[in-house]
Ligand binder design. Structure first.
Ligand SMILES: [Fe+2]
Length: 308
């Protein structure tokens, strides 16, 4: 199957939501300009920078010399004078209100409503990414790779908020336009073979700081080699339809000191809603456990015996 020709920068880049939706339908992705206000971008940058720095300092940083694709990923400390090419900061909703504000960004949610065709959705993961020079190329893949069949609409939407510019030499994502109409690639095959088999060509995404690069989960893509001295900083906020298992299990992992601060809207987005009061139910883990569904309430009910 022949996929589409590569769109021009002017075609793929828009600040108009309807045009963005049309881009995703046609090409599998869009660049939404002015997605972040300058205040929000600055707040996200500062919080991510401080968190990343402290995780490096305390030996808790998720690092790789190769980049997001690295098979050498490890958790540890880093020499500030020469940090590894890649640092990932996971589970961001635990690490600052500003990340939870981003999670509920109305434009992101509107894209999800449209692309998921009205199906309820939740947060799958939210991850900060800092990429320096030396990052390697990632395998060509789709984000719904574990799903063993084609789906009539995407299962996940990735909203990549660009805190820095997102340039080809900074390892920006390469995408094959129109590849969301194909079956998922067998990423164990050689990279170039897969590109040839797609019938399309790789497009190096370019976006200004403050934009969001948004792609749906059937679109073939990969992070590219990073050669620039400039750091690429971005936050991937990934949403999935409610019937697909999220990457990160928020009802289990949200920190005890964060849970009381969550609004009901944040809880719903993080999977505390029980759909139809039937799916995703849970009950308190002890008599004193404050956690529960926002719409399904049970008291702690342990194994009980007569006379006990
Ligand atoms: Fe991906």
């Amino acid at each position: 199957m022949k996929v589409l020709d590569t769109p021009t920068e002017a075609e793929i880049s828009t600040s108009d939501f309807e045009e963005g939706v049309q881009n995703i339908r046609q090409f599998g992705y869009t660049v939404h300009r002015n997605f972040l206000s300058s205040d929000l971008r600055e707040a996200l940058w500062d919080r991510l920078d401080e968190q990343a720095r402290m995780e490096r300092h305390h030996g808790l940083a998720e690092l790789s010399e190769e980049g997001h694709a690295g098979n050498d990923a490890f958790i540890g400390a880093a020499d500030e004078a020469r940090p590894p090419a890649y640092q990932k900061v996971s589970f961001l909703p635990n690490k600052g209100r500003v990340f939870r504000d981003l999670m509920l960004h109305p434009v992101a949610l509107t894209y999800c409503e449209r692309m998921f065709e009205g199906q309820p959705f939740v947060l799958s993961s939210q991850t900060g990414m800092i990429l320096r020079t030396g990052g390697a190329r990632q395998v060509l893949h789709v984000d719904q790779q574990p799903v063993p069949f084609r789906t009539p609409f995407p299962i996940l939407i990735n909203v990549m908020s660009c805190l820095s510019d997102y340039e080809p030499d900074m390892g920006s994502t390469r995408i094959i336009p129109g590849s969301h109409n194909l079956s998922s690639p067998d990423f164990t095959k050689p990279y170039d073979t897969l590109v040839d088999s797609s019938g399309g060509e790789l497009h190096a995404v370019r976006a200004e700081a403050g934009s969001a690069v948004i792609w749906e989960s059937r679109t073939w893509h990969s992070q590219w080699f990073s050669q620039s001295q400039a750091q690429r900083r971005s936050i991937a906020t990934v949403y999935c339809v409610h019937f697909y298992r999220p990457q990160d299990n928020y009802p289990a992992l949200v920190h005890d000191e964060v849970y009381p601060k969550l609004t009901d809207d944040e809880k719903r987005m993080m999977g505390f809603d029980a759909y139809g009061s039937a799916y995703g139910r849970f009950e308190p883990r002890s008599r004193y456990d404050p956690r529960g569904n926002v719409n399904f309430h049970r008291r702690f009910t342990p194994e009980m015996h007569r006379g006990a």
